[in-house]
Design a protein around this ligand. Structure first.
Ligand SMILES: Cc1cc2nc3c(=O)[nH]c(=O)nc-3n(C[C@H](O)[C@H](O)[C@H](O)COP(=O)(O)OP(=O)(O)OC[C@H]3O[C@@H](n4cnc5c(N)ncnc54)[C@H](O)[C@@H]3O)c2cc1C
Length: 605
């Protein structure tokens, strides 16, 4: 029996149209669960994935090619936000991977982990200590293999690659490595931030639960091949010979079919579209929804699970009234600061020169090395309170306290944000170096007017958006509102980050930097109004949405949908709160933990 099925007949053959578990969405989390559940040869799993198999695709496998998948319909769901009030009513592209591996096939591969305080806050919100940092940590090690540091890396560069073996996995499916290829000025920039922030010591290990400071991060790149390590290559490819696992691509889930008897709702089957036809597959034990932050709430609502008012407007009958579905959308709202660099300082912009690109491709093909294996790995985190005065901090807290709370959950989240802003240990502001520019004009490249962009992200924003269906048609995109910078508390945190980077540029990096491009040089960042206006005019996402089927609100601590039996959600949508840093590692860890919970519950039942 083929694992990767080409048609519905192959998918259903041998299982009589019913699997023990049907997983909707073969993305980052979905493929972890599929792999772990089918370790037991007596358990059958069917995965329905809307996208295609792209395991041999160079755009997926080459780390530096990720940008080319953005807004490309073969790879990306091409979701678009509604006009953002906090950003001059502009709309934003919201990329989401549409292929086996989901967004792990499309992302930038930066591998970070949240702070301990992030997961301790999860445990408090959910009322379940198993999500606390100490208890959850084992699942980060379980999914990861830390590869040895490259022999070509200089001692100077190694100084900014701190790690302790005990915080890393040795035999997990996802391979992580430090960039083998470094921009010559990367370490110099990191040192300048480190010195300006007056950090006395380097982080011990940024994956230990404390990632304050500046460092080169790991990437989910297999260093021996220079290729992306992601859910499909790591969790599916090695298991393609399992007879108890089947995956159907180009299969779009349209709804979960609920059996309603005696006042209880049970998920029994999944309806999906393949080609132009509608099909149904039965689940003997459970349906697992892993369609991601946009489509998991969409699928629940299409199935009649959600806020009755939202469902009525979309012409869907409400079977389970669960008003929190699609709410609590959080991202890492951010802004940028960028400069042209002094002549002959090379950045990734060099790839805009056709000859340099050809040389890079040749090196990549022949030796699996060079600039194309590289991601933008220099980054850092600082506590917000180190960047602002006591009066400024109190002002931000007062803004948060003045907000009306819609629910006790929201009140608790806001108290947590206040505590994180006050904490000298929490990574409230995230800085990411992107050594490239949008100015790729021939002239700019020829003159070596290369640029570097630094992105500033708010780790735990106050803003909360939503995702809701607007139609009963599964092919109509839901309304996506990320509520970027609608709250001035988030603007204040980002402003502090901008000012810090400007200070470094005018201080230790003065000789390296030629001119500021963004914010335009005439913007005075020390003037509150000018800084705020700039942030409202240029805000970006790092494409880290989470939280739309939040634990404790939509699902319980074991990820079971409230009010429905036999249905779980396992993906980034169940994060109750955002984490500081890029979320992929937490998604892998969550899916590993979910797999154990599903196995345990199956024994009990
Ligand atoms: C461009 C980009 C860059 C990023 N960079 C980073 C980074 O560097 N580091 C980091 O840590 N994080 C990064 N992220 C975020 C990270 O990749 C995601 O948080 C994570 O992969 C989400 O996993 P998931 O399982 O929740 O969803 P996904 O991985 O998106 O999986 C959802 C799957 O469900 C499928 N699906 C959806 N709807 C249906 C349907 N109706 N029927 C069938 N299948 C369906 C999708 O096609 C997809 O395969 C980035 C994300 C993007 C998009």
């Amino acid at each position: 029996m083929a694992v990767l099925c080409e048609n519905v007949e192959q998918f259903s053959a041998g299982v009589n149209g019913a699997f023990d578990y049907v997983i909707c969405g073969g993305g980052t989390a979905g493929l972890v669960v599929a792999a772990r559940l089918t370790e037991d040869p007596d358990v059958t799993v069917g995965v329905l994935e809307a996208g295609q198999n792209r395991m041999d695709d160079p755009l997926v496998n080459t780390p530096a090619a990720a940008m080319q998948m953005l807004s490309h319909p073969d790879y990306d769901w091409m979701v678009e936000s509604i006009p953002q009030k906090g950003n001059l009513n502009r709309t934003h592209a919201v990329p989401r991977g549409r292929m086996l591996g989901g967004s792990s096939a499309q992302n930038w591969t930066l591998y970070t982990r949240g702070s301990d305080s992030d997961f301790d806050n999860w445990a408090a919100l959910v009322g379940d200590r198993s999500w606390s940092a100490d208890n959850f940590r084992a699942y980060f090690l379980k999914h990861q293999t830390l590869e040895p540091i490259g022999t070509s890396i200089s001692e100077e560069d190694k100084e900014f690659m701190p790690f302790q073996r005990e915080f890393h996995g040795k035999e997990g499916p996802i391979h992580t490595s430090f960039d083998n290829w470094h921009l010559p000025f990367g370490t110099e920039f990191l040192r300048a931030y480190h010195n300006t922030a007056r950090r006395e010591v380097m982080p011990l290990d940024p994956w230990s639960g404390d990632h304050l400071g500046f460092y080169s991060t790991l990437a989910t790149v297999n260093s021996s091949t220079g290729t992306r390590s992601y859910a499909a290559s790591a969790y599916l490819q090695p298991n393609l010979d399992r007879p108890n696992l089947k995956v159907l691509t180009k299969a779009t889930v349209s709804k979960i079919i609920l059996d309603q008897k005696g006042g209880t709702s049970t998920a029994r089957a999944v309806e999906f579209l393949h080609g132009s036809k509608q099909h149904v597959v039965q689940a003997n034990k459970e349906v697992i929804l892993s369609c991601g932050v946009v489509q998991s709430p969409q699928s629940l609502e299409l199935s009649g699970i959600g806020d009755s008012n939202v469902l009525r407007q979309a012409d869907v009958s409400c079977l389970v009234n669960l008003p929190a579905v699609g709410e609590n959308l959080q991202d890492h709202p951010g802004t940028v600061i960028s400069w042209t660099l002094s002549p002959n300082t090379k950045t990734m912009d060099q790839l805009a020169d056709p000859a340099a690109l050809v040389a890079a491709q040749e090196e990549y093909m022949s030796a699996h090395s060079g600039i194309l294996t590289s991601v933008t790995s220099s980054m850092g985190f600082l506590p917000s309170r180190e960047l602002v005065s006591e009066t400024e901090l109190q002002h931000t807290i007062d803004i948060i306290r003045s907000l009306p709370n819609k629910t006790p959950f929201q009140a608790q989240q806001r108290e947590q944000i206040i505590n994180l802003l006050r904490s000298p240990k929490h990574a409230s502001v995230h800085f990411v170096m992107c050594p490239a520019t949008l100015n790729l004009s021939e002239e700019a490249v020829k003159d070596q007017k290369m640029s570097s962009v630094l992105r500033i992200r708010v780790s735990n924003s106050v803003g909360r958006g939503s995702v809701h269906i607007q139609s009963a048609d599964p092919l109509v995109q839901p309304t996506y509102d990320q509520a970027f910078f609608e709250n001035e508390a988030d603007v204040a945190v980002a402003t502090a980050g901008l000012r810090f980077l400007d200070r470094v540029a005018n201080g230790e990096l003065k000789d390296k930097i030629k001119a500021r491009i963004y914010p335009p040089p005439e913007v005075n960042l020390h003037d509150d109004k000018q800084a705020n206006d700039y942030i409202h005019s240029l805000c970006i996402s790092e494409y880290h949405p989470v939280g739309t089927c939040a634990m404790s609100q939509v699902v319980d601590g074991r990820l079971r949908v409230k009010g429905v039996s036999g249905l779980r959600v396992v993906d980034a949508s169940v994060f109750p709160n955002h984490v500081s840093g890029n979320p992929m590692s937490a998604v892998y860890a969550l899916a590993e933990k979910a797999s154990d919970m599903i196995k345990e519950d199956s024994k009990v039942n």
